[in-house]
Write a protein that binds this ligand. Structure first.
Ligand code: ZN
Length: 255
């Protein structure tokens, strides 16, 4: 299951590169086929193999030799790693597809937010449209209706919590962050309601540590905006993968 997830992850990662490039430009992610942004040549099937093609072409377009950013193979490799980690954590259960979709959209959102300071609703809503029915299906097949109810509660609670922060400080917390929190609350709630505050807490801790680090290194001043989406994404991934031992550490035998 882990190997299969890794291979699917590489292919999904390849699609995420298209999403990351086209969604902020409001272009279709389906049509036209991928082409080199420099020379416009349509990319051959043999040059479209995740990870392998970039290495074989040494990071350059076959026709015009323009550099292909290292972000492309990195996104493909990262998606594969996230899918393998999800498979190891969740096992061959019906909720695995939902968490793979969740991780994939967290990765795409993080890269776009880092590059452009936006969290596109054109990723958030499709994610909800896919993971919602997948969780309902998983609940039905594994009789996990309690988990489904907790997912709904978690999504609403996380959305409400960050909405309050957004109302208090609209510049510090954009509405894109609030929507993302809703998705994260939904998925973490499925694992258990305790995972929701854990994920959000980790996001704030990671953002503070990195923010202070950047200020100390004088790379950013207090006034510069640092996108919060990637930290929420990281907090969510850590909560999914290591939430259980973390909660036990914090709550002791009560967990
Ligand atoms: Zn080219």
């Amino acid at each position: 299951m882990a190997v299969l997830s890794g291979i699917i992850g590489l292919c999904v990662g390849s699609f995420l590169n298209v999403v990351i490039h086209r969604v902020p430009l409001r272009q279709s992610v389906v049509r036209p086929r991928s082409h080199c942004p420099q020379c416009g040549t349509q990319i051959d099937e043999r040059d479209n193999i995740p990870l392998v093609s970039w290495i074989a072409l040494r990071g350059r377009c076959r026709s015009c030799h323009a550099r292909i950013p290292v972000r492309y193979p990195l996104v493909e490799a990262a998606t594969a790693v996230l899918f393998v980690a999800a498979a190891v954590r969740l096992g061959a259960n019906w909720d695995l597809p939902a968490f793979c979709v969740f991780f994939a959209s967290l990765l795409a959102i993080s890269v776009i937010d880092l590059e452009r300071y936006i969290i596109p609703s054109r990723i958030i809503y499709p994610t909800l449209v896919v993971v919602g029915p997948l969780l309902v299906l998983a609940a039905a097949l594994d009789s996990r209706w309690r988990a489904l109810a907790d997912a709904g509660i978690g999504g609403a609670a996380a959305f409400a919590a960050l909405f309050v922060v957004h109302v208090i400080s609209p510049r510090g917390m954009g509405f894109g962050d609030v929507r993302l929190a809703g998705v994260i609350g939904l998925m973490l709630g499925w694992l258990g309601l305790r995972y929701v505050p854990l994920g959000l807490f980790l996001a704030f801790v990671l953002a503070s540590v990195v923010g202070i680090g950047l200020m100390v290194a004088r790379l950013r001043s207090r006034k510069d905006a640092v996108p919060f989406g990637p930290f929420m994404a990281m907090g969510a991934v850590v909560a999914v993968l290591w939430g259980h031992p973390l909660l036990r550490l914090y709550l002791g035998s009560r967990a």
